[in-house]
Design a protein around this ligand. Sequence first.
Ligand SMILES: NC(=O)c1ccc[n+]([C@@H]2O[C@H](COP(=O)([O-])OP(=O)(O)OC[C@H]3O[C@@H](n4cnc5c(N)ncnc54)[C@H](OP(=O)(O)O)[C@@H]3O)[C@@H](O)[C@H]2O)c1
Length: 271
Amino acid sequence: MYYETLQNITLPKIGFGTWRIGGEGSPDPNQEARSLAALRSALELGYTHFDTAEAYAAGHAEELLGQAIRSSGMLRSDLFITSKVSPEHLDYADVLRACRGSLRRLEMDYLDLYLIHWPGQDMRLADTFRALNQLVKEGRVRHLGVSNFNLKLLQDAVALSETLLLTNQVSYSLPDRTSVENGVLAYCQEHDILLTAYSPVKRRFISGNQPLQELASRRGVTSQQIALAWLVCQPRVIAIPMSFNPQHQAENLAAADLVLTEAELAPFLPI
Ligand SMILES: NC(=O)c1ccc[n+]([C@@H]2O[C@H](COP(=O)([O-])OP(=O)(O)OC[C@H]3O[C@@H](n4cnc5c(N)ncnc54)[C@H](OP(=O)(O)O)[C@@H]3O)[C@@H](O)[C@H]2O)c1
């Protein structure tokens, strides 16, 4: 497994997403057993970075993640837990309240990483960061980051964060290269900020792309694994695929060990 090391932390190139764990916009009892099974198998397979949010299943994803971690017997210190504050909670007092809620649902006393999930419409970023910086000082949050921030907003966030901003989490995949086009990836790489790629294998493009399928069968892997390897071979890029299927979970984790040659990467350039 390959890692990214920065700001005295070492993070695996592949983490585990939790959107749809426990439901979508609200808790779904029909998803309970399947979700816990998915989290348990991810922990057993060796995932250590979990990405969640107060918005996922209206907080229930955080509850199930906490429950699965406690029953796994894993040490909290061996895990890296990311959660996110929703755009409607970006006022100073709301951020503090939202973070307390996430910690309560996870039954944890700190988050490794706390992100602004999406920029809010009337967001006052300085006010939001005043609360985020306070959470770091209080030890409730170890690192700060943002998500879905364009280059201008990312630069504003870097200026307002009293600790080095750890990540911008954005949609990034072979079929979605917005962050290459808008300069976000280059800025992250120049400033030692992680770009956390969400929805890295989601698109139909990945299963229906012929050059990708040919390369995958030559290497004896799947198209999704090539798509993940393409992402994580890039400096400062990590990915957080989500799967309910233990075989897919294992394949996604193994993709971090897949080294593609320059010739193999050529049809998919420019990065
Ligand atoms: N910050 C944000 O605004 C934001 C937005 C979206 C997502 N996220 C985060 O990013 C995580 C991942 O994004 P995502 O869930 O949208 O997309 P994704 O992980 O790219 O794709 C998930 C879909 O791909 C399938 N899949 C996963 N691995 C596979 C494999 N190896 N082979 C075949 N199919 C595979 C899954 O089905 P199976 O279950 O059948 O494997 C599922 O249908 C989320 O869970 C969430 O934590 C963040």
